[in-house]
Design a protein around this ligand. Structure first.
Ligand code: NAD
Length: 481
């Protein structure tokens, strides 16, 4: 199998240590690729290349329309190779091919959206209080950006960072999760084909503790954008503090999905399931904390158990599969340990809680769709991110109680609620302390709207106009005539 390499300063490069890593299909543990595994020295080379490219230009000094054209070309190339990209993503993550195809369509759209925004920021003229003067505000690219992404949406999360950074005129060092680098490698090839100047898009492969840490610590990186777990986010923030590097963080979530008695029962049921079982629950915005009002509680629990028992587990590459495996043996251990904790805490296991018996799934990292009822708000299974196919159900009686419980979390990424009452819609939308609130829907996001977390779910926003502003510095130019 040919070893896949890093991309530094316009060249495909092997790691200095010549270490390699096998990339595994989580459905059957087969080796799907071997990649060169970099370390700190490789990361430093990539940062140096990005620094030189930023400082000398031309990318950082091109006009918005020129950058927009290049991003549009990249979007077309992604669309041309969408099926190859989707297959790579499914082989590497285990998610269904249908989900990967949606991801790739989104990704092409993200590059198109930011290509359109690249020439839209005209700055601002300020009404100066000083006679005979001009006061203007312009936005400039922030500089060299380190971009660290997770394994659950490998290319989608990378695209949320890469597209706005390039649109703003920054140079980039991408670091995908060490276990899911394949689509980032492919898109780096497409960037080379699109003709981005050397040093503008660099890709370093390797572990977080070395390559990722170098990006967070190195003073030549102007901004570090990270998506991943909350503890890693804190480590990165501490490292970035040493040189007051700009930090953008998209961290975890524990997202309530609140169903009031007057909800449209069937639609809410569908969206509880959609909200949790995409990618086997390995979604930062998974609505795994289901809160049911007492009048709807028993009927909804029965309906959930019935539907969850019918979810078809299997190979993401096979038609008809509805849920693939978890990403790794280590992650399955984590999910299983939470199932054990929930039982010890006294939650009632209504369904699942174990590995599937089907021998055809024995080599995959599967856990059955799992339903816990009678959960209390302070249980760890309710408060902590499990990141697997596990629903906890809490029962509530009043709106005030639902709101207080939903907000009782260190996280603040997203929340949803279901009701037909317009006054309640207004009260709940205003009261929920989360970056995204869905009313009669769940897990809808799109490129045009900002995404990010309140509280410990993160810092800053990705997507939308705000996603582009993250990659700019604001300069006030005052001229006395
Ligand atoms: P992780 O924190 O273990 O790893 C994420 C990335 O950080 C990987 O590339 C890893 O190599 C790197 N990393 C690890 N240690 C590092 C260090 N010390 N310094 C620098 N980089 C380091 O997270 P994960 O397990 O890959 O992803 C799952 C997490 O991501 C979940 O908590 C999930 O909620 C979160 N997530 C959040 C969003 C969002 O939009 N808020 C989206 C997707 C995933």
């Amino acid at each position: 199998m040919t070893e896949k390499m890093m991309h530094i300063d316009g060249l495909w490069t092997r790691a200095q240590s010549t270490t390699t890593r096998d990339i595994i299909n989580p459905f059957d543990q087969g080796v799907i690729a071997t990649v060169s595994e970099g370390g700190r020295a490789d990361a430093r080379d990539a940062i140096d290349a990005a620094r030189r490219a930023f400082d000398r230009g031309p990318w950082s000094r091109t006009t918005g329309p020129e950058r927009g054209r290049k991003l549009l070309l990249l979007a077309d190339l992604i669309e041309r190779d969408t099926e190859e990209l989707a297959r790579l993503e499914t082989l590497n993550t285990g998610k269904t091919l249908e989900e990967s195809r949606w991801d790739m369509a989104d990704i092409a759209g993200i590059f198109r959206y930011y290509s359109g925004l690249a020439d839209k920021d005209g700055g601002e003229v300020i009404a100066s209080p000083v006679p005979d003067s001009t006061s203007i505000v312009v936005r400039e690219p922030v500089g060299v950006c380190g971009q660290i992404s997770p394994w659950n949406y490998p290319l989608l999360q990378a695209a949320w960072k890469l597209a706005p950074a390039l649109a703003a005129g920054c140079t980039v060092v991408m670091k995908p999760s060490e276990i899911t680098p394949l689509t980032s490698i492919k898109v780096t090839e497409l960037c080379a084909e699109a003709g981005f100047p050397e040093g503008v898009v660099n890709l370093v492969l390797g572990p977080g503790a070395t390559v990722g840490a170098e990006l967070a610590e190195n003073p030549d990186v102007d901004l570090i954008s990270f998506t991943g777990g909350i503890e890693t986010g804190k480590t990165i923030m501490r490292a970035a503090a040493a040189n007051v590097k700009k930090v953008a963080l998209e961290l975890g979530g524990k997202n309530p999905n609140i169903i009031f008695d007057d909800a449209d029962f069937d639609t809410a049921l569908d969206y509880i399931l959609n909200g949790v079982f995409f990618h086997a629950g390995q979604i930062c915005s998974a609505g795994a904390r289901v809160m049911l009002q007492e009048g709807i509680h028993d009927r909804m629990v029965e309906a959930l158990a019935d539907r969850m028992a019918k979810i078809r587990l299997g190979d993401g590459m096979t038609d008809g599969t509805q849920m693939g495996p978890l990403i790794s043996a280590a992650h399955r251990d984590k999910v299983e340990s939470y199932i054990g904790i929930a039982r010890e805490e006294g939650a009632r296991l209504r369904l699942g809680g174990k590995r599937p018996a089907d021998p055809a799934l024995a080599n995959g990292f599967f856990v059955e769709p799992t339903l816990f009822t009678e959960c209390a708000n302070d249980m760890r299974i309710v408060q902590e991110e499990v990141f697997g196919p596990v629903i906890t159900v809490e029962r509530f009686s009043t709106e005030d109680e639902a709101l207080a419980r939903a907000n009782n979390t260190i996280y603040g990424l997203s929340a949803g609620f279901w009701t037909r009452d317009p006054d309640r819609m207004r009260r709940m939308s205003a009261g929920l302390r989360f970056g995204t609130v869905w009313v009669n829907d769940f897990n809808v996001y799109f490129t045009q709207a900002p995404w990010g977390g309140y509280k410990q779910s993160g810092l800053g926003r990705e997507l939308g106009r705000m996603g582009l502003e993250e990659y700019t510095e604001v300069k006030h130019i005052f001229q006395n005539h």
